[in-house]
Design a protein around this ligand. Structure first.
Ligand code: ATP
Ligand code: MG
Ligand code: MG
Length: 560
């Protein structure tokens, strides 16, 4: 059978519910609207939404918009689209900024409880207070600001709020536990005045902004989140998360952690991706060689395959690096039995079959195994095109494809053909045409693909790894020094059989791949090009010209 889309049972048997058997389960996915989501986020989305869905609960999409410097409208739009594309529906969309007033009031409460103070120390002073590098260079101590009385702290905090301090000259710190062994309890910042006073998109009146450590646990609490799931970098933050909710006496959600998904052989950090885009090493944030989810979508990878991949990895706390080939293997398995087959010739050479008087009309199934796929017509014409790599000027014993005097089978065609002669462009050295005859009696050892002369001229983009090494960030001179010059090979004059028109009309095809009609585009027009790979239609396509992306090859290659 076809690989099922995510099986929530398999990944959620363990864990979170046993730790806190509360229903209905309410989770949240809390992206910062400061970039495009990547494959790692798909794991978080699948876990946050999948866990709640499995237990009949719900998931809130909360934009953690506490940093006006980095936010942009386009990120909100795409985050919503990508979650839908993955097949999940938030019960509600909220924003941390919805709660700015309430958070501000709770910060005042915290001051009144003696749990926070306004501090004016510099970064280096704070480092010193925290015991220097790794907290190991000296004793930890609090600054004099920690001793200010409550009223002074309230006044100063109001002054911060009213814009009376220059950026970065005052911040609110929580008075936690500097004797704790946990650095996430060493009087973390709760409010800051950002350096650039860029107005917040949804709350332009605010000049001070709450930090992650102050905001996250409280917003989880306000929204009644039962299980707050995040990546393992936040394990140490769990103590501060619990401390703040408890100290303020608000509802206490439970935080639990799972391992990040990291991919080997690529980079997913925003800063790195931005460099690749700005330096035009890739076409944009959705370049099919990247692992942002918009790029993965554009490349034609079906959402169902992403969920299957996350499911295969499981919900462990391991921080493992996963090889791209492993991801591609899941994608390939997913596509193998689910997309129609067509013939595509990347580098065409004409072959004229001199004894074929009339074209022969063939009826070719879209799938060799599944008759529900239906069939399409294909013309076997006097002139056909085969791939340059399937012809050799000089035959040899261990070679089974076309050569002068040698016969080869043509996939789906009634008769093998034998090459008789060929023509060649003397300046380029390239074969320009092959003359052949049909060879009814031949017993060919190989079958090659071909297309009739009535085929569509298309552009096909073949991708390989964008980087040469498995750890581009560690490459000498940085990842920009590790770019694979052959990461994209373009065939401008490829030929695709006309059965494509029907494939296009019937897309998205079929439902198991998980494309939602609402958010999918040309990438849901997918097919297997026999012997060449899996392809999808690129968004650069126009009415005049079809442009194809190779999603994955048919078999694993080194990718380099
Ligand atoms: P990045 O810097 O890579 O964008 P982030 O943690 O800043 O990551 P957020 O927008 O804060 O991104 O992430 C939203 C959610 O996605 C968080 O719960 C975070 O833990 C989770 N997440 C981010 N990256 C990964 C990853 N590589 N694997 C699994 N979950 C991730
Ligand atoms: Mg973050
Ligand atoms: Mg982020």
């Amino acid at each position: 059978a076809v690989d099922a889309p995510i099986d929530p049972d398999a990944i959620f048997k363990q864990g979170f519910l046993a730790d806190r058997p509360v229903k209905p389960v309410i989770t949240r996915f809390p992206p910062e609207p400061n970039g495009y989501l990547h494959l790692g986020h798909a794991k978080a989305i699948a876990i946050d939404f999948g866990f709640a869905r499995f237990h009949g609960g719900k998931t809130i999409l909360r934009f953690d918009d506490t940093n006006p410097d980095e936010e942009a409208e386009i990120y909100f739009t795409w985050i919503i689209k990508i979650i839908k594309w993955l097949g999940f529906t938030p019960s509600e969309i909220t924003y941390s900024s919805d709660h700015f007033q309430r958070l501000y009031e709770l910060a005042q409460d915290l001051i009144r409880k003696g749990g926070a103070y306004v501090c004016h120390c510099s970064e280096s002073e704070i480092k010193l207070q925290r015991g220097g590098k790794d907290g190991k260079e000296g004793p930890r101590f609090r600054c004099a600001h920690a001793d200010q009385d409550i009223q002074m702290n309230l006044d100063k905090f109001k002054d911060m709020h009213d814009g009376k301090y220059e950026p970065q000259t005052a911040f609110l710190r929580m008075k936690q536990d500097i004797d704790s062994g946990n650095p996430q309890m060493w009087d973390l910042a709760a409010y800051r005045i950002p350096k650039h006073q860029k107005p917040h998109l949804r709350a332009p009146e605010w000049k001070i902004f709450p930090t992650y450590d102050f905001t996250h646990c409280l917003c989880d609490s306000f929204e009644g989140i039962t299980h707050s799931l995040c990546t393992t970098e936040f394990i140490l933050s769990r103590e501060s998360y619990e401390w703040l909710n408890k100290t303020l006496g608000v509802y206490e959600p439970m935080q639990r952690e799972f391992g990040r998904l990291n991919l080997e052989g690529t980079i997913m950090s925003k800063r790195g991706l931005k460099q690749l885009v700005d330096q035009k090493i890739v076409r944009g944030w959705d370049d099919p060689r990247l692992y942002t989810l918009i790029a993965i979508k554009r490349r034609g990878i079906p959402p169902g395959a992403i969920l299957a991949f996350v499911n295969e990895l499981g919900v462990t706390t391991n921080r493992t690096f996963i090889q791209i080939v492993r991801f591609e293997q899941t994608v390939r398995r997913f596509l193998e039995r689910t997309v129609p087959r067509l013939m595509l010739i990347l580098d065409p050479v004409p072959v004229t079959i001199s004894d074929l008087a009339e074209p022969v009309y063939l009826d070719i199934p879209f799938s060799p195994k599944d008759s529900t796929f239906g069939s399409h017509s294909l013309e076997f014409t006097k002139t056909i095109y085969i791939d340059r790599s399937d012809f050799r000027e000089v035959d040899s014993k261990d070679y089974f494809r076309l050569a002068p005097g040698k016969a080869v089978g043509l996939l789906n065609a009634p008769l093998p053909i034998k090459a008789v002669s060929y023509t060649k462009d003397e300046t380029t050295g390239l074969v320009t045409g092959i003359q052949a005859v049909s060879d009814r009696d031949a017993k060919p050892k190989a079958y090659i693909s071909w297309v009739p002369e009535t085929s569509l001229k298309v552009e096909a983009r073949i991708y390989r790894s964008l980087f040469k090494s498995d750890d581009p960030s560690a490459a000498e001179g940085g990842f920009l020094n590790d770019i694979n010059p052959d990461s994209e090979i373009i065939y401008h004059d490829a030929l695709l059989e006309s059965g494509f028109n029907e494939v296009k009309q019937r897309a998205p095809w079929p439902a198991v791949l998980g494309d939602s009609a609402e958010v999918s585009g040309s990438e849901s027009i997918r097919f297997q090009a026999i012997r060449v790979g899996y392809f999808a239609v690129d968004t650069d396509s126009t009415d005049e010209k079809v442009i194809l992306n190779r999603i994955v090859s048919l078999k694993e290659d080194s990718g380099k």
